[in-house]
Design a protein around this ligand. Structure first.
Ligand code: SAM
Ligand code: SF4
Length: 330
């Protein structure tokens, strides 16, 4: 029987997000600055170390792992890592968040390697706007990737859209219609103030309530108490049962009281909260104790006592956390 990881506020941690790289082939305007410096290879976790961490977490009650980044599909060896993580006894779900740029190449292999669900980021259906938001991305490549994922047989696919006032708030209905047509879910995300991305976030916040109102003006929305084990709240569309509409609302509907997750960055820092700097240096511990997981587990247990009760993102756009989202593992 696995032991449970419980934090100082009694919340059980059963979900871990593992960032497998801080690198990415896009430069989304809400996630990164235009010029980024990425971590040198020697200071990141090896695939074996990531696997070891996954095994420690699952042995202690974690049932869901999300692979993320950076762009996880840019990490060499990612398919093999999916195979070995999905085979860990006791893990119920291996899922991934990707920008979709390489899914035409990898979707089938990911599904065969045991990845059950995909979140695919898509902020615009207009090629020029898509390029502007990702700085370099090609919309058609991602749309092709989504189709490849649909054919690969994942249990569920969800589109993630970060809505930013003045950039893509006029595309909420088009993105919703796209999700309906393609029988996938869609989650609208409020931008979080992580890292200095080179633009002001002030007055760019477009709240989940505003998104919901735009959708409700065109579709009959139904309340739902469903959860996919993460921070999203869901609604259903009365006339389109295959599509759920999710909202991740760090500003307007704080989700901290039900937080069940921690993040491991690719430099081996265990982040206890996305919106606070508290962390534990697991990389050093893993390398200091190559043959024994006990000291690593005991340090994780102690760190969980310091998991903050909540984040304090304010809506004035100020950066409160210096690290970028690509380094945090979104
Ligand atoms: N590269 C992959 C992708 O884009 O899906 C995975 C990593 S990305 C950091 C994970 C998710 O975080 C994406 O859905 C992205 O839209 C979201 N994200 C990035 N920066 C964000 C921010 N500042 N606020 C809210 N969401 C953000
Ligand atoms: Fe890359 Fe994802 Fe960040 Fe966009 S959101 S820059 S795709 S890591």
């Amino acid at each position: 029987m696995s032991a449970a990881l419980i934090d100082g506020f009694g919340r059980t941690i059963n979900y871990v997000r593992l960032s497998v790289t801080d690198r990415c082939d896009f430069r989304c305007i809400y996630c990164m600055a235009e010029e980024m410096t990425f971590l040198p290879r020697h200071s990141i976790l090896s695939l074996e170390e990531i696997q070891r961490c996954a095994e420690i977490f699952v042995a202690n009650g974690v049932s869901k792992i999300r692979l993320t980044g950076g762009e996880p599909l840019t990490r060499k060896g990612i398919i093999g890592l999916c195979e070995t993580i999905s085979a860990i006894p006791g893990l119920n779900e291996l899922v991934m968040t990707t920008n979709g740029s390489q899914l035409t190449k990898y979707a089938q292999a990911l599904a065969e390697a045991g990845v059950q669900r995909l979140n695919i980021s898509l902020d615009s259906l207009c090629p020029a706007k898509f390029k502007a938001m990702t700085r370099v991305g090609d919309l058609q490549q991602v749309l092709n990737g989504i189709q490849a994922a649909r054919q690969a047989g994942f249990k569920r696919i969800k589109i993630n859209s970060v809505i930013i006032q003045g950039h893509n708030d006029d595309e909420i209905l088009a993105l919703t219609a796209y999700a309906i047509e393609n029988h996938v879910d869609i989650t609208f995300i409020e931008e979080m103030p992580l890292g200095h991305v080179g633009r002001s976030r002030e007055s760019a916040l477009f709240s989940s309530d505003q998104v919901r109102d735009s959708i409700a003006a065109h579709y009959a929305l139904l309340d739902s108490d469903e959860s996919s084990g993460g921070p999203a709240r869901y609604m259903r569309l009365q006339d389109h049962p295959d599509t759920r509409i999710g909202f991740i609302s760090p500003h307007s509907h704080n989700f901290c009281s039900t937080c069940n997750r921690v993040r491991l960055t690719v430099e081996g820092k265990l982040l206890l909260c996305l919106g606070n700097e508290h962390s534990l240096d697991l990389l050093t511990l893993l390398r200091r104790y190559p043959l024994s997981n006990e000291p690593v587990l005991s340090a994780i247990g102690e760190a969980l006592n310091n998991k903050p009760e909540q984040h304090h993102f304010s809506s004035d756009g100020d950066v409160q956390i210096i690290r970028f989202m690509n380094a945090s593992g979104g």
